[in-house]
Design a protein around this ligand. Structure first.
Ligand code: ZN
Length: 546
């Protein structure tokens, strides 16, 4: 391919520019992959060591500085940007969980991918109905079906919120892991495809047996060292994914989880014959294990090293199987957010200021302190953690709410772990972000997560290197969600057989992915309906993006 292009350039330089390879023929299949919590830092750290599917992608069309530019760098908002071309302020997905104090049910919490109108439901796991109700904009699959109803869309994911936010409104098949059912499910599906039933049989069998420890690759040996964790949890750093029979948490936070997701994705593609129909099809894969590994063990122990090398190998096998079909496919891989290590290990090397959050910042504790100071009763303040959107109790009078707002904002702003607090009035008045995402101010990052109907009365942004998990006894030791680049930066990788590789290191946004993919298959996106910009995958400006 490279030689052919070179020859074309020598003989017909103008013609070669006018008819770029990628845009000339539409791919028959788009494979869109999200690796949950796959930060640009992890990609850079392991890139030289990949020899499987991630190596293939890292030698393709590479944007190493992709940005989930917004403040609340969580799974649901992040996945909502990947295939909609829009930031959370437009997708409406401001967080994984928010509050609607006017909701006519006892639980005022809202889970991003539930339908709270379902009688008897709550935002708690196992009690909600999975739905795209909150997603305000269509996703790539919806655009493809609008352009050509013959396009088919299938989604397989380790998390329901990834399946919903990337799959959009009307995928043909959508299957996600249900941790209680210990299976890939979709209660609303008219029928269960054979591939799904068979995958679930395989998972059931694997879960019913104990698993011995994985080999420690040589590369991972220096990472294997026990590090004590503050907050009541046990040490991490030497895990190799051994587990007892029926250990579903151990399964989910291990390479086996991604392997099961990829295997089902491949089997479903084969059963549906995606990429073999009259129109371009779309296969969406949400690989969630990296996130569970990061949360459980942090990012710099044996666990993440083994996970990423296993993911690289599993993706390599997945691509080879696709290669064997002869289908012309285009891959896009990115992440819903980045992440960083446990503060205890961060402190070892030049980050002595890395710390766990002061539990006084948790909204429950803050509410008690505010109630005592202002002589109020009731819940006073709602929030999903020590950072993000905070909501003032609607049962208070208007005057009481104004006092709570003043006092709460001042208290949070005074705290040494808090970087900034923005009120909803300040955010509503702030202009939306513009320019490259690495240059956005803090209020612009928060504005990119602001939804007038769903956002809180104020939003709290913690300082860099503050891990918002005080209590580690329940199994989570590290996390993400901040407005800082370790949580915002993710790789955006494209690969297609025969495409000319390149690397563009300037900052781009995950919102740019939708217009880019749409351009490669000639699907028009109505002007003014998205935030992203088309990225040229061919040489020369305006080639892919016509
Ligand atoms: Zn995530």
């Amino acid at each position: 391919m490279k030689l052919a292009r070179l020859a074309a350039l020598l003989v017909f330089p103008l013609a070669a520019t006018a008819a770029p390879a990628l845009a000339a023929e539409k791919p028959r299949l788009i494979v869109a992959i999200s690796v949950d919590q796959f930060s640009a830092d992890l990609f850079a750290q392991y890139r030289q060591h990949f020899d499987g599917g991630l190596q293939r992608l890292s030698e393709g069309m590479v944007f190493p500085n992709g940005y989930q530019g917004h403040n609340a760098t969580e799974t649901c908002p992040g996945h909502s940007t990947i295939l909609t071309g829009s930031r959370p302020a437009r997708t409406g997905i401001i967080a994984n969980n928010w509050f609607n104090l006017g909701l006519p049910r006892e639980d005022k919490g809202v889970y991003c991918s539930e339908d709270p109108r379902v009688p008897g439901s709550s935002s708690k796991g196992g009690q909600y109905t999975v739905s795209s109700y909150h997603l305000r904009v269509p996703a790539l699959g919806d655009h493809m079906k609008r352009a050509n109803p013959a396009s088919r869309v299938a989604v397989v994911s380790g998390k329901d919120r990834a399946a919903i936010m990337m799959g959009g409104y009307r995928p043909d098949e959508r299957w996600w892991w249900d941790h209680d059912a210990k299976a890939f499910v979709n209660p609303g599906a008219p029928a269960t495809p054979r591939s799904v039933a068979s995958a679930n049989d395989g998972v059931r069998d694997a879960l019913s047996r104990a698993r011995s420890a994985r080999d420690l690759p040589r590369l991972c040996e220096p990472h294997s060292r026990a590090v004590p964790v503050g907050g009541g949890g046990g040490p991490v750093g030497t895990g190799r994914f051994a587990r007892d029979a029926d250990d579903r948490n151990g399964f989910r936070a291990s390479p086996d989880f991604d392997r099961a997701t990829l295997d089902l994705g491949e089997a479903l593609r084969r059963e549906m014959k995606l990429g073999e129909g009259p129109a371009t099809d779309l296969l969406i894969l949400g690989l969630s294990a990296t996130d569970y590994v990061g949360h459980t063990f942090g990012t710099q122990g044996s666990e993440m090293c083994i996970q990423l090398m296993a993911l690289d190998e599993a993706l390599g096998g997945f691509f080879r199987t696709l290669d064997a079909t002869g289908i012309d496919y285009l891959v896009m891989l990115t992440a819903d957010h980045g992440g960083h290590d446990i503060p205890e290990r961060h402190r070892e090397h030049a980050a002595g200021d890395a710390m766990r959050v002061d539990a006084a910042l948790n909204p429950g504790n803050m509410a008690k302190s505010l109630a005592a100071r202002l002589r109020l009763s009731g819940d006073v303040l709602y929030g999903d953690g020590a950072f993000g959107d905070m909501y003032i109790d609607r049962k208070l009078t208007v005057a009481q709410r104004a006092r709570v707002l003043r006092e709460a904002v001042a208290t949070y702003r005074r705290h040494p772990q808090v970087a900034a607090v923005f009120t909803r009035a300040e955010l509503a008045a702030a202009p939306g972000p513009s320019g490259p995402p690495d240059t956005w101010s803090l209020i612009q990052r928060a504005r990119a997560s602001f939804d007038a109907e769903r956002s809180g009365d104020f939003v709290v942004l913690l300082k860099p290197r503050v891990t918002p998990i005080a209590d580690t006894s329940r199994g989570y030791t590290a996390t993400h969600g901040s407005p800082w680049d370790y949580d915002r930066r993710v790789p955006i990788l494209f690969w297609r057989k025969g495409a000319v590789p390149f690397e563009q290191s300037l900052a781009v946004e995950t919102a740019d992915i939708l217009p880019t993919l749409a351009a490669t298959i000639g699907v028009a996106i109505p002007a003014g309906t998205i935030d992203g910009r088309c990225l040229d995958l061919d040489e020369g400006p305006g080639t892919t993006c016509r």
